[in-house]
Design a protein around this ligand. Structure first.
Ligand code: ADP
Ligand code: MG
Length: 735
């Protein structure tokens, strides 16, 4: 290896010029600079018209100098250059340089150049003051080859042209180094080598060049993720676990005998898959995807009971306090006296169920910790509090993670590490996830899916309600009142809390903020900001809504004290509250089968999957459900997104649509997007990239099976390690 390497400090190559790059964008090394990819390209031969820009914007265009003259200035020393340029449409603009020096010999009439600068108004026309420019026709003076101009994210004090020049310098001196993608893989997949990829992206001649460069870097991202997953899978396979199987005539059998309904065929199949995994001496790593309301909880509970039958404990990790409380409550209810170990009148095989959350008092907590450590408790339900150091299990055999998308791999692993021997792990996702996401985020696990809903479940009817039509909204409250009149219950969901005495409009950390912003239609046709509905205001308003007279309304949001939240949820479950006005805190898992109606305010503020998830709270019993999506938006794309949610209840189809509509990098939700997932270029919703991911998955499995530690592929090994470091850092930053 010789010359400049990716790890070489940029200052060594570029001198002082590197300092601005570092300061503005943290580009400290050669590799950082190379990975600073253009945001877009313009073709100097065809694009760039003055009419495309408005005053105040940065204009980028190719224009011809039609006249130029220098003038001596009265106030200052030196000369200024004044020129007129004309674009391809014949539109002209005034060009001024307050120091003519250096420019006067280049910007002469007839010359074509690419200009980039802020567009000002000047005497009814346009003006560019000292823009960056490069001549496009002259051989020696042009920076760009073929007239294709890469445009970068703004770097203070550095022009795009200077960036391109820096790229050229760096690429010229870049020594040969190991390519992370082995040559035979490159040949098989038709990929250029790494150095060529950077050249194609930073110094392209055609858009075809750009495409080939991107494909290579996208493949890199896919390969790094898939290699890390293949390695982790390899490690799991090498671990030894204790087989956990149900006992004949044991707790699971006793539970099954009392089940008030029959398991669906899907539930039985998935249960069998889980039982087979847990019977092995290798730890289970299984992802259970399920349509909302498909009955994942029973499946998980049955696995927990099997673990207890074999003498172990099971932990259920839930993302929010509300959900943890509800799980504990419903598991206790389902188990009845089978869950009352230690109490008078408990059943023969009974076990204990404990709840552990962050808001318990010290004394309560200590008692629970003791019970967990000494063993009378078979099932521990908890939030993040479960992961803390002080929590010790007597013998943790099974970890169930509910709504995994809210937890990092690190948290899963932290809980795993509490077991003497690696425990079996079952991860459940709230909503169906597209195949690419499953391959990327959960690629080290086996997957099971529950696609059918329990029999007798009535479909949910959904409708979009334009808030601009008062009569329609009136009707919505009327429908809600009708449901209540029939003895049912309902929800009104708002995008924010709207504390009267709190100026901030933010939701609490327990509740993800609505994520509609990440949809691609946000840029164009920007809607005027409007006040979003808050829980507090909505509760007031609905209490004085004539249609809802006599309806018992309460509110629920994440900023309420935990015991209040629990009290409200209890009252709602018990039917003492008719309508719950809440934030998305009810989004995950809340299960009150008697609730049949939901009105979602500012529905446009929520993502597709989130709406589907919310809607899954109603129609859980046998009475059917109604979901009204209220919006003030008149943006056609927004409305069509809502119409799609209204038109189908197929969560797998909606998950795919969601992925297609989202901006790149946003697929995994705020906490898992971008740097965390290590994906910058790869588009999980894009058919071509799906193929790339599948190829990378195959290649990674092949590489890792022959050489698990990547001894003969050090460059790839290094890349995988650095990605995992980034993930670790991102996790710590997230706290
Ligand atoms: P999710 O998959 O969304 O977590 P749950 O596990 O909360 O769904 O189940 C939804 C509801 O369906 C619960 O009230 C549960 O008791 C009920 N349920 C689960 N399985 C069945 C079944 N086989 N038949 C009838 N009802 C069921
Ligand atoms: Mg659930």
């Amino acid at each position: 290896m010789s010359g400049v390497q990716r790890s070489t400090r940029l200052v060594k190559v570029l001198g002082d010029a590197a300092k601005k790059l570092d300061k503005a964008r943290g580009l400290g090394t050669v590799g950082d600079l190379l990975d600073f990819l253009p945001r877009r390209y313009i073709d100097a031969n065809t694009s760039g018209r003055l009419s495309e820009f408005t005053v105040g914007e940065t204009a980028v265009l190719v224009a011809t100098v039609v006249s130029a003259q220098t003038r001596t200035m009265r106030q200052k020393r030196g000369k200024m250059l004044e020129a007129v340029i004309q674009d391809a449409e014949g539109t002209t603009a005034r060009l001024v340089f307050f120091r003519a020096y250096g420019h006067e010999s280049r910007l002469v009439p007839g010359v074509r150049a690419l200009f980039r600068g802020k567009l000002d108004a000047y005497r009814g026309g346009w003006q560019l003051s000292h823009p960056d420019y490069t001549l496009v026709d002259s051989d020696e003076d042009t920076v760009y080859r073929g007239g294709l101009v890469p445009l970068y994210l703004h770097v203070a004090g550095v022009t795009d042209m200077q960036i391109t020049q820096s790229m050229r310098v760096v690429l010229e001196q870049l020594g040969s180094s190991d390519d992370p993608v082995p040559a035979e893989v490159r040949a098989r997949r038709g990929l250029v080598d790494q150095r060529t990829a950077y050249e194609l992206l930073h110094l392209p001649r055609t858009m075809g060049d750009v495409g080939r460069g991107k494909r290579r870097l996208r493949y890199d991202e896919a390969l790094v993720v898939q290699t890390a997953l293949a390695q982790s899978r390899h490690r799991y396979d090498a671990e030894e676990a204790v087989p956990r199987t149900a006992r004949e005539g044991g707790l699971l059998a006793a539970f099954d005998e009392r089940l008030p309904f029959e398991l669906t065929a899907g539930q039985r199949q998935v249960s069998d898959e889980i039982a087979a995994d847990m019977a092995k001496d290798r730890p289970m790593h299984r992802l259970l995807q399920g349509e909302v309301g498909s009955g994942k909880t029973i499946v998980a509970l049955r696995a927990m009971l099997a673990a207890i039958d074999s003498g172990a404990q099971a932990a259920l990790l839930a993302p929010t306090e509300v959900l943890a409380q509800q799980h504990a409550r419903s598991i206790r209810a389902m188990l009845g006296d089978l869950g009352e170990a230690g109490m008078l009148g408990a059943a023969e095989h009974a076990t204990g169920v404990a709840l552990l959350t962050g808001s318990m008092t010290k004394r309560e907590r200590e008692q629970v910790l003791l019970d967990i450590a000494t063993g009378p408790v078979g099932i521990v339900v908890g939030t993040h509090a479960l992961i803390q150091d002080t929590v010790m299990f007597a013998d943790l055999g099974l970890v169930v993670v509910d709504e995994q998308h809210r937890f990092g791999v690190e948290q899963r692993d932290a809980l795993r590490s509490k077991a003497v021997r690696p425990p079996h792990v079952l991860v459940m996702t709230a909503t169906p996830i597209p195949r690419t996401v499953a391959m990327t985020v959960f690629g080290d696990m086996d997957t099971s899916a529950l696609t059918e809903l329990p029999r007798g479940r009535q479909p949910i009817a959904s409708h979009v309600v334009p808030a601009s039509r008062p009569a329609w909204l009136e009707r919505a409250w009327g429908r809600l009142a009708e449901e209540v009149g029939r003895g049912h219950q309902g929800y009104v969901v708002c995008p924010r809390i709207g504390d009267p005495d709190d100026a901030s409009l933010e939701v609490t950390s327990e509740e993800d903020p609505p994520d509609a912003e990440s949809y691609a239609d946000g840029d164009e046709g920007e809607e005027t900001p409007r006040e979003l509905h808050g829980v507090h205001q909505m509760l007031q308003r609905l209490r004085s809504e004539p249609a809802l007279a006599g309806v018992r309304l309460e509110m629920l949001h994440g900023r309420m004290p935990p015991d209040e939240k629990d009290a409200v949820m209890r009252a709602f479950s018990a039917g003492e509250v008719d309508v719950l006005v809440s934030t998305t805190v009810i989004e995950v898992g809340v299960d009150v089968p008697n609730a049949t109606a939901m009105v979602i305010m500012d529905a446009d503020r929520f993502g597709i999957s989130q709406l589907h998830q919310l809607r899954g709270r109603v129609g859980r019993g046998d009475a059917g459900g109604l979901c009204l999506l209220v919006t003030e938006s008149d943006n056609p794309e927004t409305l069509s997104r809502l119409e799609s949610v209204a038109a189908t209840t197929d969560g797998f189809a909606l998950a795919d649509l969601d992925l297609e509509l989202r901006r790149e990098g946003d697929v995994l939700g705020a906490s898992q997007s971008g740097r965390r997932s290590g994906l910058r270029l790869l588009r999980l919703g894009h058919a071509k990239d799906v193929e790339l991911i599948e190829q990378a998955r195959e290649d990674a499995a092949d590489l890792v099976s022959h050489d698990p530690d990547l001894i003969s592929h050090p460059a790839l090994g290094e890349l995988v390690r650095s990605r995992l470091d980034d993930e670790q850092t991102a996790f710590l930053e997230r706290g």
